[in-house]
Design a protein around this ligand. Structure first.
Ligand code: SAH
Length: 269
């Protein structure tokens, strides 16, 4: 492997890295290198154990995510710890699920690092909003279906449906919509989209634990969402896709993705 082409993880710097949606095979080489070389790894709840298995044996793992949906540490505390470690000369890997700049608050963290004159690198990851769809055999774009795909969060900082979303124009302009953090608010979302002009029969897929061994997919429609979800109880985290691209799943159902083995060594990087 041509490992000399990858940048050095310098002491006293922070790598803010995406871990991908769960399957360790979806990590970038840079994230894998960060895991192997970091002194401290500060990770969120959405980072899978199979990804953390790639940590170097001397690395300290610090969990700074939510437990049972409740954030145990404030954002300002997380940033302060990161800065403290970097100033102490540590190589800090700040590891987030998916991509750190997609509904991950990564921007807020690096702004604070910049203010404190800490050197950092941001490493993109495969977002669950694309990788999670792929593992459910749903293309994010498909020529016959959509020229537009939207990423939407189902909750704002208070945990409620964001009131900044113009549902009518979203319904009219985006044939495929990918919802993050929307399990709770989705019945309202479905009603808003129907009110905005989407057909009640628009297909919907709920992909829970995407790309990990217990991935499940529930297929429903905007009209039947509330009922079907009550019966199926899909687990969190879940990504919810609204649009005709969900139908493509049916054509590919005999060819499901397998999850990469985590039993691989990172020494080569
Ligand atoms: N930065 C992340 C998103 C963080 S917001 C990314 O790019 O994927 C948290 C939301 O991401 C969850 O509520 C869920 O909607 C989605 N999510 C993250 N990982 C997931 C997974 N493995 N399966 C399904 N949804 C996931």
């Amino acid at each position: 492997m041509p490992s000399n082409k990858l940048p050095t993880f310098e002491k006293g710097t922070v790598w803010l890295a995406g871990a991908g949606p769960g399957d360790p095979g979806l990590m970038t080489l840079l994230t894998a290198k960060g895991l192997a070389k970091a002194d401290v790894i500060m990770h969120d709840a959405l980072v899978s154990n199979d990804v953390l298995d790639w940590a170097g044996k001397d690395a300290t793992l610090e969990f700074v995510g939510k437990r049972a949906g409740v954030r145990s540490m404030k954002q300002t505390e997380i940033t302060a710890i990161m800065i403290k470690h970097a100033k102490a000369g540590k190589r800090v890997l700040r590891l987030k699920g998916g991509d750190p700049f997609v509904f991950g608050r990564g921007g807020e963290e690096v702004i604070e690092l910049a203010k404190s004159h800490i050197n950092f690198r941001v490493i993109p990851g495969v977002t669950s909003g694309i990788g999670g769809l792929t593992y459910a055999s749903i293309p994010a774009t498909h020529r016959d279906v959509n020229n537009v795909v939207s990423f939407v969060t189902g909750r704002d900082a208070t945990g409620e449906l964001p009131n900044s979303i113009d549902w009518d124009s979203l319904a009219a302009s985006s044939p495929v919509i990918v919802f993050f953090m929307a399990l709770k608010t989705m019945p309202d979302v479905a009603a808003n989209l129907i009110k905005g002009g989407k057909s009640p029969s628009t297909p919907v897929a709920i992909v829970s634990n995407a790309t990990v061994a217990d991935q499940t997919v529930v297929e429903t429609t905007l009209a039947t969402y509330a009922n079907d979800v009550e019966k199926a109880c899909p687990k969190s985290p879940a990504i919810i896709i609204v649009g005709d691209s969900v139908k493509i799943r049916g054509l590919l159902k005999d060819y499901q993705q397998t999850i990469s083995s985590s039993n691989v060594r990172v020494d080569a990087i």
